[in-house]
Design a protein around this ligand. Structure first.
Ligand SMILES: C[S@@+](CC[C@H](N)C(=O)[O-])C[C@H]1O[C@@H](n2cnc3c(N)ncnc32)[C@H](O)[C@@H]1O
Length: 180
């Protein structure tokens, strides 16, 4: 009897977890972008443009599996902050962080629109054109400090002139660098 009640409670908890994960994935896709990782082979290009200095604060807005933030913390000695709204991806980030043993990285289960970016030296994102809208651009304009770098993977910010565009060939996805 005790075993079947515990099994029932555990199954219910698991089902609830799956439902919450499902909803958070759907919500994240509608909010900023569905999960599609930046290509690993493009990380060098991305961070060449970002030109990070030790001690700087780097954000990945919608950090997915945490790959980009982990790369920043590992290779550039920056404080990397990854914001992720989707529970399963956040849990993956925390697991990867624990396995990597990196202290200078923080993953937050948070809507990127709820984070103030005033301390950021560089922000990175991989979103879809539809989400790179007026609301998002206004947030960047209002919160980022002068000189802060903005790196957008694959898609341009509408009406903003990139300082540099990196696209070695037509086969490659472009990386855009903007500066406040
Ligand atoms: C295209 S993926 C990019 C992942 C990662 N930045 C990379 O380049 O590999 C976009 C990520 O943003 C997350 N996301 C969507 N809306 C968000 C929001 N409002 N706040 C935080 N994260 C969000 C999604 O869950 C997804 O993991």
């Amino acid at each position: 009897m005790i075993i079947s009640t515990s099994f029932y409670i555990l199954s219910l908890a698991f089902l609830l977890f799956i439902i919450v994960c499902g909803f958070s994935i759907i919500f994240s896709a509608l909010s900023f972008a569905p999960w599609v990782p930046s290509r690993s082979r493009d990380l060098k290009r991305i961070f060449k443009l970002a030109d990070l200095k030790p001690g700087e604060i780097f954000y990945d807005l919608g950090c997915g599996d945490g790959k980009v933030a982990l790369y920043a913390a590992k290779n550039y000695k920056v404080k990397a902050i990854g914001l992720e709204i989707s529970l399963p991806f956040y849990l993956i980030c925390k697991l990867r962080q624990a396995l990597s043993g990196r202290a200078k990285i923080e993953f937050k289960l948070k809507n990127l629109y709820k984070e103030n970016l005033a301390l950021a030296d560089a922000v990175y994102f991989f979103s879809i054109p539809h989400a790179l809208n007026e609301k998002f651009c206004l947030k960047l304009k209002q919160e980022l400090k002068p000189g802060a770098k903005i790196i957008s993977y694959a898609f341009k910010l509408p009406d903003w002139q990139p300082k540099t565009t990196d696209r070695p060939s037509k086969k490659d996805l472009p990386v855009y660098l903007y500066e406040m």
